[in-house]
Design a protein. Structure first.
Length: 221
């Protein structure tokens, strides 16, 4: 089943797609307002796909059901990970990528983006995806199930370009965890463009400007 999603195209018949996953408790509407700030007028047509995560109980929030890509079992988010939930979301992400190919946008022109939990899924999914992708954008996040990354990563994406950005004052996903994930990925040979900003668990105008430059370069290539 393909997850329901908010979809916005910047021009008719888009040649590239950005699949953007939201954070815990949000939904696909969360990052749609970023498009006017991010997209440059000379870029090719883009289809932005903002899927809604399934609703599931989240342990850290007292078992309250909410949109989540996987369960969070405690404040130390890197331990006691919900591997089954992560892997379920990786399958759903692969299905979204496959649908873009069916609509005329092959994987090589698909970019995966995500914030927080959503960023964790696109990092884990991007390096594992069987077909070469355009790149991964991971904001205020970390690499989950990292112990299996080396064994499970796809040769097609062994030089996948990755943009990672984090707030130095992030109380939700500590920057040290994001930096550790950056180092793991670099150790495996990935090119990680790392950015740190004096902010909490959010997105800043400077961050969007840096992302515009990075994504614009990839689209031009």
């Amino acid at each position: 089943m393909i997850l329901p999603a908010v979809e916005i195209t910047t021009r008719p018949r888009p040649s590239h797609s950005v699949i953007w996953l939201h954070g815990l408790g949000a939904d696909g509407n969360d990052f749609a307002p970023i498009i006017p700030e991010l997209v440059a007028s000379d870029w090719p047509g883009l289809r932005f796909v903002f899927p809604h995560a399934p609703v599931r109980p989240v342990t850290i929030n007292g078992g309250m059901p909410m949109r989540a890509w996987y369960d969070i079992k405690g404040t130390d988010i890197a331990s006691r990970q919900d591997e089954a939930g992560v892997r379920e979301s990786l399958v759903q992400l692969d299905a979204l990528i496959a649908r873009e190919a069916d609509r005329g946008v092959p994987a090589g022109r698909v970019f995966l983006a995500g914030f927080s939990q959503g960023g964790a899924i696109v990092l884990a999914g991007g390096v594992r995806h069987a077909r070469r992708l355009g790149g991964v954008i991971a904001l205020s996040t970390y690499l989950p199930i990292d112990a299996t990354t080396a064994a499970e990563r796809s040769a097609a994406n062994n030089d996948l370009p990755i943009f990672m950005a984090h707030g130095s004052h992030d109380p939700v996903v500590p920057q040290a965890l994001g930096a550790r994930s950056r180092d793991i990925l670099r150790g495996l040979g990935y090119t990680v463009d790392w950015h740190s900003y004096p902010m909490v668990h959010t997105v800043s105008a400077e961050e969007i400007a840096d992302l515009r430059q990075w994504l614009g370069g990839r689209l031009a290539a």
